[in-house]
Design a protein around this ligand. Structure first.
Ligand code: ADP
Length: 678
């Protein structure tokens, strides 16, 4: 799989890089003569002036003193030597048709300084050539040198010296072709490099800015810095764009930039990969690379190029090791199916191939051109795609999260509202329960104090009679006292019952046995039940109905409502002198409002307006009458009130002194009048 990829990439790269004007030639010079008489620049394009050149080692000869008769050596061009200086010479023979065409040489970077003579005339110099280190000044800027027309044969002489770095001599082919073709190839190289520099520089800046905007994305920072280091490397190598823009920039510093960009680029890249796949990379490796980068960086900064450039092979070796390890990381991550790892694997394979190619090329093992920039660009582009993908994935995540949050917020609001409502309700319940408790507590207290209060009088009477009997003041078989004692106990019993009843009603612990009752039937039955009691007391009973009667049903506890009714009746009997009348009436006039009124009226003694508000209070009783009788506790109406309120009804009285009283209660009815008719 890997090999297939490599092959495909190499093929693609080859197609991309190979150009119609720049074809490989078989015109290598023999014995310092490049015979181009059978070469047509028009059809065959540009020639590389490779092959055997005359070579005078450690001699800088005057071009005019050179002749074919001199003893000479030959050197294969391109090739490198180390420190030293030399004279190169080559004769070029042109074909007839090419004589008149404008032609140019394209001088690549020659290490490290040179002078160029054409037919004995100085055409161009780069840096200062010297025979000792101190005399020479290195410089590097690929240049186009136009040739004069019309010469059948051209003599090219070069003085080259190098004391500045590892590589010396003509180590790249010198190109010869029609000026338009040379211009074209130079423009294309420049355009490609400017494009790469621009693209990588922007990519770098973009990712660094991304880091500063989103502090957590360290991968973007390392990647951005790596892009910038590669940008610098492209600027100072190849066509030396840097020197085109800054011709006076010191050569030493340009070379330092070239090397530093490499030894610092590697750890930056390693750290970037670490950010992508942190679990996969060994810490020792990462630290090792960092130390290597810093160490070599300092070494490069502190020593001149003639020393540190000798380490180039070692640096390249380390870089290849790093690459192998990173490829291994990518393979591992791809196996573990980490996001982005497959694209990474393909991209790095491609880049790896280009780097291997360039290493071979720069060490003169194979010919060609710089491939690495393109490989790198493709690789870096793949990286920014990976970063973009991971960012967009996090944006997606953020979007979906915020959506979820919004929904959650909305439901939360609803929930909070519901909970608040529930809380309010339970609060209200609690308040009710609290009130209930307070009421219960109060009623228990009342019960106790009432019992002690109400029982004291009859109890002390019984005590008095019993003491008198014991002391012999009263005879123990005295019927009158025995019956008085008995009636006191009955009275006490009655008090007990009433008090307990009231206490139960007040505390809410009474359970009504409600049933659906037809009210007229119910009241009429009660009337008949107590009619005799009224007649017996020489009173005139009556039963009337006001309003339009209809079968109206009421939910009530029959026994309890009878208790209310009988209390009204017995009070009326009690407070109406003989010969008076008592009228029970059922009033339908409020049926529209779902109410029915039952009243008991008498023409007895009535109640004063001062006393009226208190008749339903417990223990309220009329002081006008002697209250010696068994009834007359003042609890009856209080109990009646509780019972009616239990039935969600209303109790009341109208009365005027000496005129009589009307006691009534109103109850809700279940079926409205219209329902009956409609
Ligand atoms: P009691 O057992 O004293 O009748 P109630 O609670 O039934 O106690 O009545 C309280 C007081 O209301 C009575 O003492 C009386 O003064 C007054 N009252 C009740 N019914 C009538 C009535 N029909 N006419 C006049 N006064 C009445």
């Amino acid at each position: 799989m890997l090999r297939n990829c490599t092959f495909l990439y190499m093929l693609a790269l080859f197609l991309f890089i190979s150009t119609p004007v720049f074809s490989e030639s078989s015109t290598d010079a023999v014995k310092a003569v490049a015979d181009l008489r059978n070469w047509s620049f028009e059809q065959d394009g540009i020639v590389e002036l490779n092959g055997e050149w005359e070579f005078y080692w450690e001699r800088l000869l005057d071009p005019n003193s050179l002749s074919d008769s001199l003893p000479k050596d030959y050197i294969q061009v391109p090739s490198v030597w180390n420190e030293g200086f030399a004279t190169y010479r080559l004769i070029i023979k042109f074909s007839e048709e090419d004589l008149t065409k404008p032609k140019s040489l394209y001088m690549p970077s020659i290490a490290s300084a040179y002078r160029l003579w054409i037919n004995g005339e100085l055409y161009h110099s780069s840096g200062t050539v010297g025979s000792i280190s101190g005399d020479m000044r290195p410089y590097n800027l690929p240049t186009m040198v136009p040739l004069d027309n019309g010469e059948e044969q051209v003599e090219v002489v070069l003085h080259v010296s190098n004391f500045a770095q590892r590589k010396g001599g003509i180590w790249k082919p010198i190109l010869l072709g029609q000026t338009k073709d040379i211009l074209k190839i130079r423009d294309r190289k420049l355009a490609a490099e400017i494009f790469l520099v621009g693209a990588l520089f922007l990519m770098g800046l973009y990712h660094i800015s991304l880091f500063f905007i989103r502090n957590s994305a360290k991968s973007a920072l390392f990647f951005g810095l790596f892009c910038l280091s590669i940008t610098i490397r492209i600027l100072v190598s190849g066509e030396s764009l840097w020197n085109q823009w800054f011709p006076d920039w010191p050569w030493e510093w340009a070379v330092k930039m070239e090397y530093l960009s490499l030894v610092w680029g590697v750890p930056l890249f390693v750290y970037y990969v670490f950010e992508l796949f942190p679990e996969t990379m060994a810490n020792r490796f990462r630290l090792g690379t960092l130390i290597w980068g810093i160490g070599f960086g300092l070494f490069i900064l502190m020593t001149p190029a003639r020393i540190y450039t000798h380490w180039m092979l070692f640096i390249q070796f380390c870089i290849i090791l790093n690459f192998l390890y990173i490829v291994y990381i990518f393979i591992l991550s791809a196996i573990r199916r980490k996001p982005g790892s497959v694209i990474n694997l393909l991209a790095i394979t491609f880049f790896f191939v280009t780097v291997i190619h360039d290493t071979l090329y720069y060490n003169l093992i194979i010919g060609g051109d710089d491939w690495a920039p393109l490989g790198l660009f493709m690789f870096l582009f793949a990286q920014s795609l990976i970063l973009l993908r991971s960012f967009s994935a996090s944006f997606d995540k953020v979007e979906s999260l915020s959506e979820e949050l919004m929904i959650l917020n909305q439901t939360l609001e609803a929930k909070v509202q519901a909970r608040t409502k529930a809380l309010e309700q339970s609060n209200a319940h609690l308040e009710l329960a609290n009130e209930e408790l307070i009421r219960l507590h109060r009623s228990r207290q009342n019960l106790l104090s009432n019992i002690s209060h109400d029982l004291r009088t009859p109890l002390s009477a019984i005590q008095g009679y019993a003491k008198a009997m014991m002391d012999g003041v009263i005879k123990s078989d005295d019927k009158q006292y025995s019956s008085m004692i008995y009636s006191k106990t009955l009275y006490m019993n009655r008090i007990f019952e009433d008090l307990l009843d009231l206490a139960k009603l007040e505390s809410g612990s009474v359970k009504l046995e409600e049933e659906k009752v037809e009210i007229q039937e119910f009241i009429r039955d009660l009337y008949h039940k107590y009619e005799f009691d009224m007649v017996e007391n020489e009173l005139y009973p009556d039963f009337t109905i006001t309003g339009t009667s209809f079968p109206a049903h009421v939910e009530l506890d029959k026994t309890r409502m009878e208790q209310v009714f009988s209390n009204f009746i017995f009070n009326a009997i009690k407070y109406t002198p003989k010969g008076g009348s008592i009228k029970v009436s059922l009033d339908y006039s409020e049926a529209e409002n779902n109410r029915i009124r039952v009243s008991v009226s008498d023409n007895g003694i009535g109640i004063s307006s001062e006393a009226l508000p208190y008749v339903f209070d417990r223990y309220y009783r009329d002081r006008r009458e002697s209250m010696d009788s068994i009834s007359g506790l003042g609890l009856g109406l209080a109990i009646a009130k509780e019972i009616v309120e239990y039935h969600h009804g209303e109790i009341g009285v109208w009365s005027s002194l000496h005129q009589g009283s009307i006691f009534y209660f109103v109850l809700p009815i279940l079926d409205r009048k219209e329902d009956q008719h409609g």
